[in-house]
Structure formats: structure tokens, C-alpha cells
Design a protein around this ligand. Structure first.
Ligand code: MG
Length: 396
């Protein structure tokens, strides 16, 4: 092997992969065949296309729980996606799985998210109910398959099957039936590859822990509320025993850091054990299983769910968050209704897309194009559009 070949990223990674890792030479390929890249692997190319997409850049102005302009230190969807990728890559590496694929899936997983986090998704789903509903996972796939339309040779980003499969975390059976290859596993009740399973749980780990951090920062919860949550309480107590008198800022950061470390380590060890027991010979064998192989041990799973329940009760249902989500709901619903009624109020490209979709698919097509426009907005753009449409004093 020449030195140049050895230095190629893909070659270097492939040498150390476990038999059940995704391998690009066994990939089910891209929708539009392309020549192999010269100096990077196929999954690295996926990741690079995701990073260069418009939808990825917009993640910086989209939020999860807290609306963008509330403060400069809260997570946005961009920093969240990077945290997911970082956690997922560490796990993939420890399990000798395909790191570039894991990273690509993680970075793309939220590309289809609406403005205003979950409130936006609920609002748009409500608006789209007569036209087939709105699922953010499906929208992420739609972004990479259809809506990012800037390449000369194909529509979308033309990602590999494995990356697209990983992006589509959940999907209704009705939608699965019309999706073709990536929908099949939902019909057969099979699993995605291990890299996708990791990205999925890394997402949960990331948002659980950063919502604790952001919730504290926003003053929605206090450290003493969190002491009742076993995972937090135990790590916090152990920390203060080790460093009595540590200031609050450091104590919170250290506790969260240790919680993530504990949960991630448990996930790696549990998954490694399951893999040793199941001994799948390939990624295809992983897919045929009825249950995922990546997961937490029983004790950590229980604590992970306890933390989730705490956040739901104390953070996501806090009156300040509920007010924000109610407002978000109103903004998106009114934008959607106004554009659906008159598509010529949208910028030309979206207006034309809506007219074309209506010719092809009737009212549902028109509504889908409006939903695409609204879903693509950042928080601040949605607020601006709202002002332009409904505030007489605002410039149009
Ligand atoms: Mg996420």
C-alpha cells in the first residue's frame, strides 16, 4: 500500500472497523450514482454536503426549548447538533463503528426542524392535518432529498442510503409505504444500522443534559430541585464531597459533565456486551433484528427516564416556556394560514413551488409547499415575516 493511500481518511478508518459497522464498500449507494470521491470516504462526503447546506446554517437561529433571543448562552439547534455529533462519535469510535457516518447522521438529524422547537412542530402538524400531517423527521429527510436544490446533477444532497436511513428516526406506516427503500424497515419492523442507533440515543443524552443546564441558566429550575433526580443528586453529592465549597457555576458544570460521562460509558459497555452476545456478522444482520442493540443498562435507563420526566414536568411545562410555545403556535398557524390562502404572498421561488405542487398534487401539494417554506424559517425570520404580514407599522 502506498503512503498516499494509507493516509486517505476512509482507508485509515476501515482498517479498524468491527464486522457489524457500516462499510462504504457495502453501501446501498446514492439515489443518483456518482463517481467515488478521490480523497475522502463516501460518508465523509455526506457529512461535508450536510455542513455546506443552507438548512444546516439556519440551525444557528433555531431553538429547542428557549426562543433564540432570550440569551446568548442557550443552545441552538446548531450547537445541539454539534453536541450530538461529538457524543455519538465518541461512542462510535469506542465500539469500532463507522465514525464519519455517525457524525453525518448526527449533524443532519434536526435539519427539518421548524422554528420555535417542539411548539413549531406541533403547530405545523396541526395545520397540515388535513393534508397528511407534518413530521420533523420526515422533513429532515425531505430537506436532504428534495429541498436543498443546488447541485447540477441531482436534486437534494444525494446522500448515501445509510445516512438517509439514519435521519429517518421515526415514521408513520402510511408515510413509510410511500418512501421506498428508507421506509421498508418500518413496515418490516426492523432496525437501522448501529451508527443510526447511536445518533438517536446521543440526541437524547445531549438534550436531556443541556436542558438541565439551560433550565438552570434561565432560572426555571434550581439546583435544589434537581437534587431529587437520582442521577443529578448522586453525582452532585459525590462532587461536593470531593471538592467542598466548590462554587455553583463549577458545581453545575462538573455535575452535568459527570452525568454525561456516566450515561455514555454505560451505553458503550452495555452495547458492547450485547454485541458480544448477539455477534452480528454484518450491518445487515443488525438490521434484521426486532430490537435495537444500542442501549443503556437497566439501572441507567431508569435514571435517564427519571431525568426526562423531571424535565417534562419542571422545564417544558413551566409557565414561561408554555407562554412562549403558545405564542410560537399562534405565529406559525397564522403564517401558514395566510400563505395557504394566498401563495403569492410568499417569495417567488416558494410561490412557484406551491403552484407547481398544486398542479401535480392538488390542495395537499400546495399545503406541503407552504409547510416547507414555514418549516425552513428560523425563529427570527418567522417573527419578522409575522410582523411584515400582520403589523401595519412594519415594512413589508
Ligand atoms: Mg435533536
Amino acid at each position: 500500500m502506498s503512503r498516499a493511500t494509507r493516509l486517505r481518511g476512509s482507508t485509515r478508518v476501515r482498517g479498524g472497523l468491527a464486522p457489524y459497522a457500516a462499510r462504504e464498500e457495502l453501501s446501498r449507494g446514492r439515489r443518483y450514482p456518482e463517481p467515488r470521491p478521490d480523497f475522502r470516504g463516501e460518508y465523509q462526503r455526506d457529512r461535508d454536503r450536510i455542513i455546506h447546506s443552507n438548512a444546516f446554517r439556519r440551525l444557528v437561529y433555531k431553538t429547542q426549548v428557549f426562543v433564540n433571543h432570550e440569551g446568548d448562552h442557550y443552545r441552538t439547534r446548531l450547537t445541539h447538533s454539534m453536541e450530538v455529533a461529538q457524543i455519538a462519535r465518541s461512542i462510535a469510535l469506542a465500539l469500532r463503528l463507522n465514525e464519519p457516518l455517525t457524525e453525518a447522521i448526527s449533524l443532519a438529524h434536526d435539519l427539518g426542524h421548524t422554528p420555535f422547537g417542539h411548539a413549531g412542530q406541533d403547530a405545523l402538524n396541526h395545520c397540515m392535518r388535513p393534508y397528511g400531517g407534518f413530521e420533523h423527521n420526515l422533513q429532515s429527510l425531505r430537506v436532504v432529498d428534495e429541498l436543498e436544490d443546488r447541485y447540477a446533477d441531482f436534486r437534494g444532497l444525494n446522500l448515501t442510503f445509510e445516512c438517509r436511513e439514519g435521519i429517518l428516526k421515526h415514521c408513520s406506516l402510511r408515510n413509510a409505504r410511500r418512501l421506498g427503500d428508507v421506509g421498508e424497515r418500518f413496515i418490516r419492523r426492523e432496525q437501522p444500522g448501529l451508527e443510526a442507533q447511536i445518533a438517536n440515543l446521543a440526541d437524547e443524552i445531549a438534550y436531556n443534559h443541556h436542558d438541565v443546564d439551560d433550565g438552570l441558566r434561565a432560572g426555571l429550575i434550581e439546583v435544589r430541585d434537581l437534587l431529587e433526580v437520582r442521577l443529578f443528586g448522586r453525582e452532585h453529592a459525590a462532587l461536593l464531597e470531593q471538592y467542598p465549597g466548590l462554587n455553583d457555576r463549577k458545581a453545575v458544570h462538573e455535575t452535568i459533565r459527570r452525568m454525561i460521562n456516566l450515561v455514555v460509558s454505560d451505553l458503550i459497555l452495555t452495547t458492547r456486551e450485547r454485541l458480544q452476545e448477539a455477534r452480528p456478522a454484518s450491518s445487515e444482520e443488525v438490521r434484521k433484528r426486532s430490537k435495537p442493540l444500542v442501549g443503556f443498562g437497566a439501572a441507567v435507563l431508569e435514571e435517564h427516564l427519571e431525568l426526562k420526566a423531571f424535565l417534562r414536568e419542571r422545564v417544558y411545562r413551566h409557565h414561561r416556556v408554555l407562554r412562549m410555545t403558545a405564542k410560537a403556535h399562534r405565529v406559525l398557524e397564522q403564517l401558514f394560514t395566510a400563505f395557504l390562502e394566498r401563495v403569492d404572498l410568499m417569495p417567488e421561488t416558494h410561490r412557484d413551488a406551491a403552484r407547481e405542487a398544486e398542479r401535480a398534487h392538488g390542495a395537499a401539494g400546495r399545503a406541503r409547499a407552504v409547510a416547507d417554506y414555514v418549516a425552513g424559517m428560523t425563529d427570527r425570520y418567522a417573527i419578522l415575516e409575522y410582523g411584515r404580514l400582520f403589523d401595519p407599522a412594519e415594512r413589508t
